[in-house]
Design a protein around this ligand. Structure first.
Ligand SMILES: [Cu+2]
Length: 120
């Protein structure tokens, strides 16, 4: 019984430590920002809370019909590895969905999405 309690205490301690051991990248801001209504951007830039691995990352941009609009692959900023960028084909007015995946130092991929709107 005593050893069982000790084990639970150890487990509890382990769980309490996980948030510090696992800092995952979160999206701090983007260009265009989530919910933006603006003229067609030439690309999307994602600014994360920590450096991103050069692998396991992606940015997908689709229009209202689900057609992909990226021009090339997502690339890390050469001077700031917490910034992931992608170029876009010329966008028509309408709603666009950005889906991203990015892994930080522990290689666990994080995902998210947001929309922006292109106006005339
Ligand atoms: Cu992790």
């Amino acid at each position: 019984m005593a050893s069982c309690r000790a084990m639970i205490a150890t487990l509890g301690l382990g769980l309490a430590l996980i948030p510090q051991a696992h800092a995952h990248p979160t999206l701090v801001r983007s260009e265009p920002p989530a919910g933006a209504k603006e003229k067609a951007p030439a690309g999307v830039a994602l600014y994360f809370s920590e450096k991103i691995q050069p692998v396991f990352n992606k940015i997908e941009v689709t229009d209202a019909r689900g057609v992909r609009c990226e021009d090339g692959k997502a690339l890390l900023d050469t001077s700031d590895r917490s910034v992931l960028r992608i170029s876009l084909k010329p966008l028509q007015p309408g709603s666009y969905l950005v889906k991203w995946r990015a892994a930080g130092t522990d290689s666990h991929p994080m995902e998210g999405s947001f929309r922006f709107e292109v106006t005339n």
